[in-house]
Ligand binder design. Structure first.
Ligand code: HEM
Length: 450
């Protein structure tokens, strides 16, 4: 009788096929993932070293296991930690283990519901200022509008009036430049030597130093002014470590603020772009949102109450993030050997979960590719538990969930209340890397007269 194998992995994608397709997969992995899942099952593996495997999954039980059930055994991979921290520093998004936990405990209170409600006024003002400038009557590149909006919302929520328009613009420029270069480095690892030779690595390190200096100056000015503004910076300055009762060091605060900028603006800009496009394609859904707004505004004038009552608007955003999850994939590595269902995995296995594919898995969703906000209303919503992860799950779930939802409901309700939307495009081209970016989405905005 053959000896029992110590490890047991899901069906394997042939190595030759993987190498053959690797260049095309690197450019846009989404269609390949879909075809591999259809052929090899909801979790498949690829050999990526002598003893190492990569697993890719759209399975709900595996996802729950690594993000929640046995999360202590699963760390974020080096792509998410080492690469990102090179320019962004070591903070919530890029740390693992005890240090991550310490930071999460410290920062979490700044994102509690009551604190977020204090930011609504500031957010609303910024959103209205940005959206009322949208040019009317011609196709508008939506991502550019939403990217600007989302950056400003994070910027003013963090720094209120402490950062001038000019400084925020410079920060936005640097953060975007550095992020784009980071993406290049991840996509083209074999060109590392070339980037170094051309001085690109040094240039981007200098840029990230410059952004750190800008943030540092704002922090020091705030500290010495003794003024309070009720913004996120105030909250982050006031928070204390449980064990020592000490505040965060300025260096750590700079890392965390940089990370909040990065994690908080592109994701939201993507979601707002996808949602605006889907609404432009579904005027009947816009009519329903409008009806809801009129109803809710007649019930209360308090904006925080209005936001929690705009359930249909929220369902449209949820459904948009089901079809196009801005954080479309995540990964983890197991610290120790582990068993998940029938699989027995050696430690250090790299596991990717495609939220994009999980959200469209025909085993969990009826008419998976259709836009239908009703899925997230009333009793229907129960069916989405465990198969819907736009903000991740478990202890590393997005800390900015409440922030993002307030921002998106404010923006989408303002758009529908003030504009009629249309588009001549039928599909959205996708650029999936760290986030799922929409390419070239154009929508026409016209003043809504009734
Ligand atoms: C639509 C908007 C957003 C989406 C879809 C989103 C999605 C996510 C997801 C899926 C994760 C978990 C990743 C993983 O487990 O590997 C995450 C983590 C995180 N997000 Fe968001 N996010 C959004 C907005 C924001 C905003 C507005 C902020 C801050 C202002 C933010 C800050 C963070 C941070 C700091 C983490 C790391 C948390 C930790 O590991 O403890 N995000 N986000």
């Amino acid at each position: 009788m053959p000896a029992k194998k110590k490890y047991n992995y899901p069906k394997s994608l042939p190595l030759l096929k993987f190498f053959w397709l690797s260049e095309a997969i690197r450019k846009n992995p989404i269609p390949f993932h879909n075809s591999f899942f259809s052929t090899y099952g909801d979790t498949f593996s690829v050999k990526i070293g002598f003893k190492r495997r990569l697993l890719l999954s759209r399975d709900k039980d595996l996802t729950k296991h690594i993000l929640q059930g046995n999360h202590k055994n699963y760390y974020k991979s080096k792509i998410q930690t080492r690469y990102l921290s090179k320019y962004l520093g070591n903070g919530l998004l890029t740390a693992n283990g005890d240090f991550w936990l310490k930071q999460r405990r410290l920062i979490q209170p700044a994102f509690h519901k009551e604190k977020m409600q204090q930011l609504i006024g500031l957010m609303e003002k910024t959103i209205v200022t940005e959206l009322k400038e949208i040019p009317l009557g011609k196709p508008v590149p939506v991502f550019e509008v939403m990217n600007q909006l989302a950056f400003k919302v994070v910027g003013t929520s963090l720094f209120h009036v402490s950062a001038s328009e000019e400084l925020l613009k410079r920060l936005q420029y640097i953060i975007q430049e550095v992020q784009e270069f980071l993406v290049k480095e991840i996509r083209l690892p074999h060109k590392g030597w070339w980037f170094k030779l051309r001085g690109e690595i040094k240039k981007h390190k200098n840029l990230s130093e410059e952004s750190r200096t800008i943030i540092k100056n704002i922090i020091e000015a705030r500290k010495s002014s003794n003024e309070t503004h009720g913004d996120l910076l105030d909250m982050l300055l006031a928070t204390r470590y449980e064990d020592t009762s000490e505040a965060m060091s300025t260096k750590q605060l700079i890392d965390e603020i940089t990370i909040l900028f990065v994690a908080g603006h592109e994701t939201t800009a993507n979601a707002l772009t996808f949602t605006t496009f889907l609404l432009a394609k579904h005027p009947n859904v816009c009519d329903k949102i409008l009806e809801e707004i009129v109803q809710v505004e007649s019930e209360t004038v308090i904006v925080s109450e209005q936001l929690s009552k705009l359930q249909y608007t929220r369902a449209c955003i949820d459904e948009s993030m089901r079809l196009y999850p801005p954080a479309w994939i995540t990964d983890r590595e197991n610290l120790e050997d582990d068993t998940i269902g029938d699989f027995h995995l050696r430690k250090n296995t790299l596991i990717g979960v495609s939220f994009y594919e999980l959200h469209r898995n025909p085993a969990y969703w009826e008419r998976p590719n259709e836009f239908d906000p009703e899925r997230f209303l009333g009793e229907n919503k129960k069916k989405t538990a465990g198969v819907y992860y736009p903000f991740g799950a478990g202890p590393r779930m997005c800390i900015g969930l409440g922030f993002a939802i307030y921002e998106m409901v404010l923006a989408i309700s303002y758009i529908v209340k003030n504009y009629k939307l249309s588009t001549s495009q039928d599909i959205i081209e996708l650029n999936p890397l760290i986030t799922l970016k929409p390419i070239g989405v154009e929508v026409k905005f016209e003043e809504r007269l009734v």
